[in-house]
Design a protein around this ligand. Structure first.
Ligand code: AMP
Length: 583
């Protein structure tokens, strides 16, 4: 059993460098020290979680509870602890300091192991009900009483969800590969495993106990969400056909919500694009699937959930569906007022067989067989096989007339596999140019804000937005946006963003601009703009903080909060650089 103090020491080391390769190396060394029985828990701890992303929320107990615990631990009053917090801006550092003081008069304490820390975290995250606050304090105090100063620092940061080094998935994937696989040509199997299970903890356990062959055997499994395949973007149809050979499939690009449906022995599970379980929100889809597929053992399909007008049956804008998300009590009522249709466009698993490595032409046949002309809840996506640019264009015009965003062009070549988790040229999106500027909207992460003026001075009036640098796991700023928000939006965003307020700049955020306040990078919004320009003020695409970066000129909020996207699903630096190159 690895002692937690080793984990803390390695985390501390990793914090002292900003170089991605060095961090990966340090974490790989740490992973090597873990026992195969505890590695899964160890990986979850590094992510600030107690289970796979899709099964649990990240840890994040209220800071006030931690302050109370630290007061109990040290004998200092809560206001003294709070004062130190204000001074340092980091409760972890406060815990470290208080533990140093406490150590002098402690005679005996338990040695903390990964197992022990994990099990208390689990108790903390699952205690609920009336007495839950006391229980959380109890389990945290139990850990901190035995903690050495550095351990206390990382325990506290983890438990409040501010493990500043909260490992980017790519860093962990690379570190796990480095720790266990000798031949670097086989590293990609780790990412493959992650793409098919959305669970790095599980993947590391398989690798540690069964080696690379165990990893290769991972296949899609009904009941476990798969990372979705994504599309590249193109500005003209001529450009599309330089990447995808005709004939190719052209489908409506619906403006809805990505939904992965799993059927397994009569049970139905619905997952959002980020892997969240949303089964309970769409009971009519669950019922429809159960009714139509009584004899089918299992399947996984991919598609888009779109709201329709209850009277006319016409497709409605995406915003309608967001009124149904997260609702607990009046689901049945909303399913009548805001009905949805599920347009299936792909199949990943069917009757005990994986389909992800089969070419799209073959997968599409199965989807057509299963879903064509089914009923008003389950449909096959509207699509054709096009052999010319003209055909694609005509279909695109139809799509726009039918309230769609544009079209998706998909390769049916031999190599057209379902590339889980990847954005590639096998699928290309072509959208109507409603932005009259950028060829596409971008989804950016809110990392900071500026207060408004005059009667808006108690609200945030503008936000600093960042794209995601997948390679480094950082958020690089791309614009400051204050346009497109009405008063109601600003109130809503002020309230929402205050939940993510921190009084330091998150370590993953790379910015040259000073804001009035900083946030944890969590919330994603959709933005359009006139063009992408080179800017000395922004860090998007400038690998070191001295060079110029790319920025969105005249950015405007489109009104769409991307609740379905996590920060790591935001538009990437790479995509913005590519958009710039195309202009
Ligand atoms: P975007 O979010 O703009 O990158 O566009 C990709 C999204 O379009 C996917 O994640 C789906 O949610 C959605 N979409 C709508 N229609 C289709 C389709 N026919 N094929 C694939 N994705 C689609």
């Amino acid at each position: 059993m690895l002692q937690y103090k080793v984990v803390a020491a390695f985390l501390n080391d990793a914090e002292s460098t900003a170089k991605k390769n060095e961090i990966v190396q340090i974490i790989a060394e740490l992973i090597k020290k873990m026992d195969k029985k505890e590695i899964k828990k160890g990986i979850y701890l590094l992510k600030g979680r107690t289970d796979a992303d899709y099964k649990t929320e990240p840890l994040g107990i209220a800071e006030s509870l931690v302050i109370k615990t630290l007061s109990l631990l040290s004998g200092e009053t809560e206001s003294e602890v709070e004062a130190q917090y204000h001074k340092t801006g980091d409760l972890g550092t406060v815990a470290e300091f208080l533990c140093k003081k406490k150590r002098q008069n402690v005679l005996f304490s338990e040695t903390l192991t990964i197992d022990k820390v994990y099990s208390n975290f689990k108790q903390i995250s699952t205690s609920s009900g009336k007495n839950s606050q006391n229980l959380k304090i109890k389990y945290l105090l139990d850990l901190l009483s035995s903690a050495e100063p550095l351990e206390a620092k990382y325990i506290v940061r983890t438990v409040i969800g501010k493990l500043r080094l909260g490992m980017a998935d790519m860093i962990l994937i690379n570190a796990i590969a480095k720790a266990f696989i000798e031949n670097s040509e086989e590293y990609h199997y780790v990412e493959r495993g992650y793409n098919l299970t959305m669970d790095i903890g599980y993947v590391s356990e398989v690798l540690a106990s069964e080696g690379i062959n165990g990893l290769k055997k991972i296949e899609p499994e009904p009941g476990i969400p798969i990372r979705v395949m994504l599309a590249e973007r193109a500005e003209t149809i001529e450009e599309i056909v330089t990447h995808i050979k005709l004939p190719a499939v052209v489908e409506y690009k619906y403006d809805g919500l990505r939904l992965q449906m799993h059927l397994s022995n009569g049970n139905v599970y619905l997952y959002s694009r980020g892997g969240d379980i949303v089964t309970e929100q769409y009971p009519e889809i669950v019922e429809a699937v159960k009714k139509e597929f009584k004899t089918i053992k299992n399947m996984i399909v991919d598609g888009e959930l779109v709201p329709v007008d209850a009277k006319t049956g016409k497709l409605m804008p995406f915003q309608q569906i967001s009124r149904r998300r997260g609702r607990k009590y009046d689901i049945l009522e909303t399913s009548e007022n805001i009905p949805v249709q599920y347009f299936v466009f792909d199949i990943l698993y069917y009757n005990d067989q994986s389909y992800i490595d089969k070419p799209f032409a073959e997968r599409r046949k199965v989807v057509l067989d299963l879903f064509d002309n089914m009923n008003d809840k389950l449909k096959h996506v509207n699509g054709i096989i096009a052999s010319s640019i003209e055909e694609i264009y005509t279909f695109f015009e139809n799509a726009v007339n039918d309230n769609c965003e544009g079209v998706m062009v998909k390769s049916i070549s031999d190599g057209s596999v379902y590339d889980a988790g990847a954005r590639g040229w096998l699928w290309i999106k072509y959208k109507k140019d409603y932005t009259a500027g950028l060829s596409d909207t971008v989804d950016l992460v809110i990392v900071g804000a500026f207060f408004g003026h005059g009667k808006r001075s108690n609200l945030y009036g503008a936000f600093l937005l960042a794209c995601y640098n997948k390679e480094n796991g950082t958020f690089e700023t791309a614009c400051k946006v204050g346009t497109g928000f009405n008063d109601e939006d600003l109130m809503k965003f002020t309230e929402l963003m205050n939940k993510y307020l921190i009084n330091y700049k998150d370590e993953h955020v790379i910015s040259k601009i000073e804001t009035d306040v900083w946030f944890l990078p969590e919330v994603v919004i959709e933005v359009t703009g006139a063009e992408i320009t080179v800017s000395p003020n922004h860090t998007c695409g400038s690998s070191d903080s001295s060079g110029s970066g790319f920025a969105i000129r005249f950015p405007r909020y489109t009104g769409r909060l991307r609740e379905d996207k996590r920060a790591v699903d935001a538009t990437t630096t790479e995509e913005i650089v590519k958009m710039y190159g195309k202009q």
